[in-house]
Design a protein around this ligand. Structure first.
Ligand SMILES: NC(=O)C1=CN([C@@H]2O[C@H](COP(=O)(O)OP(=O)(O)OC[C@H]3O[C@@H](n4cnc5c(N)ncnc54)[C@H](OP(=O)(O)O)[C@@H]3O)[C@@H](O)[C@H]2O)C=CC1
Ligand SMILES: O=C1OC[C@@H](O)[C@H](O)[C@H]1O
Length: 386
């Protein structure tokens, strides 16, 4: 019977993620504009904004204005600008969402900051750690908020896993293993993820998830990369090396080792479904987190204490976490939680959780460490001079 109730709840939850309640907007709602008619924008911003009274998606700009108009019409966005810069120059816009290809994150975030806009910046923050550092220094100087969109960090399931591990109830962490794979064909062969000049690569696109989760749950930075191997993508050349998959083993303080495998072209016979798993081995037991990136549609957390039976929990709504100040509903996607925090921060309210600029900088340093070890080298720095 529980199985049936769980299944009905799953259908209801996933339906509501796609068809959220549309709430009236506050008179002083934050007015956000989108740079580019990006594929991720509906899921990461447009739908979440429908149920948030404090934010309005007010405008979009695209390289091709006709494309921007089409996108605006489809998603009910009232204003279209003919270029990204025009959107940034508008005094009617308070904040921007930057979902451009990674290689353009630095340039357009710097330009947005120069225009005095707050920025919700897609992951990975930039192509290099030096760029990320510059972004956050400049944001500080101009008094605007920049947030790297690591959406999973706000979901109560991830917070629960982190709480279990950090509470010490399972003793010290010994090792972590993560897998994030997508089947071959998930992305078209000409996807921007396969373009080196645009900051492509599987480590940049997908590897950042396990790496950031591991750093977050351990609250620590890697000491070294013990091994890293990258498989070249079809677009990879010696002067523009680009991975379609990366496997790495990292050493963290206190003899903790963490390994992950990411692959955006897993052979269909091997894994025909996405695999999104995190296992954390501790002295007294282990935690397994199924779907650590997108827990809203479905996830589970299995805790196994040595000598005891495993227990499984699912945390779709903010529960009695020790730091629980969470608003939220079981249908809130990771992006909806993230948006709540972004608006709170911009409005001077204390968000439930916040990913700091320092964290984003350390994250890019860790990405560079992995790429250096695998021989792929860092992604190309932006040619934009600020
Ligand atoms: N948080 C998450 O869950 C996810 C995050 N992402 C991140 O979002 C970003 C965008 O990903 P995604 O939406 O898949 O990307 P898209 O391929 O949809 O590209 C995004 C936009 O980039 C613009 N663009 C500008 N210059 C170029 C160029 N030279 N080549 C290609 N596109 C260009 C296009 O804008 P225009 O309309 O102006 O032509 C396009 O709409 C990435 O940083 C990615 O890592 C992606 C998926 C999930
Ligand atoms: O951020 C992301 O999350 C999900 C993946 O499918 C995608 O490649 C990536 O950009």
């Amino acid at each position: 019977m529980t199985g049936l109730f769980d299944f009905i709840a799953l259908i209801k939850r996933n339906y509501t993620v796609l068809h959220p309640p549309v709430v009236p907007k506050d008179a002083d709602a934050l007015r956000i504009g989108i740079l580019g008619a990006a594929r991720i924008a509906p899921e990461a911003l447009l739908r979440p904004a429908l149920s948030h009274p404090g934010i309005v998606v007010a405008a979009v700009a695209a390289r091709n204005p006709a494309r921007a108009r089409e996108f605006a019409q489809k998603h009910g966005i009232p204003q279209v600008f003919n270029s990204y810069q025009e959107l940034l120059d508008s005094p009617d816009i308070d904040a921007v969402y930057n979902p451009l290809p990674n290689g353009l994150h630095f340039e357009w975030t710097m330009k947005a900051i120069a225009a005095g806009k707050h920025v919700l910046l897609e992951k990975p923050s930039c192509n290099t750690a030096a760029e990320t550092r510059r972004v956050f220094e400049y944001a500080e100087e101009k008094g605007v908020i920049v947030l790297e969109a690591f959406h999973y960090r706000w979901h109560p399931a991830g917070l629960r896993v982190r709480e279990i591990v950090q509470s010490g109830e399972l003793g010290a962490v010994k090792s972590l293993q993560a897998t994030l794979t997508l089947p071959n064909g998930w992305f078209p062969k000409d996807d921007v993820r396969y373009d080196w000049s645009m900051g492509g690569g599987c480590m940049m696109d997908m590897g950042v998830y396990p790496l950031s989760f591991i750093r977050w749950v351990l609250n620590a930075e890697p000491v070294s990369v013990i091994s890293a191997e990258s498989l070249p993508a079809h677009t990879s050349t010696p002067s523009a090396p680009l991975d379609r998959a990366t496997t790495a083993v990292l050493a963290f303080p206190n003899d903790v080792t963490a390994s992950f495998r990411v692959d955006c072209q897993t052979p269909l016979l091997w894994d025909f479904m996405p695999k999104i798993e995190m296992k954390i081995e501790c002295e007294l037991g282990s935690v397994f987190f199924q779907n650590f990136v997108q827990p809203t549609p479905y996830h589970f957390i299995t805790v196994k204490r040595h000598g005891k039976r495993a227990t499984t929990e699912k945390v779709y709504s903010p529960g009695p976490l020790s730091q629980n100040k969470h608003k939220g509903e079981d249908w809130w996607s990771t992006y909806r939680y993230q948006l709540e925090a972004f608006v709170d921060k911009v409005r001077g309210r204390e968000p439930v959780y916040w990913m700091t600029g320092e964290d984003s900088i350390k994250q890019m340093e860790a990405v560079e460490m992995v790429y250096r070890k695998s021989g792929m080298g860092a992604r190309p720095a932006s040619t934009y001079v600020h």
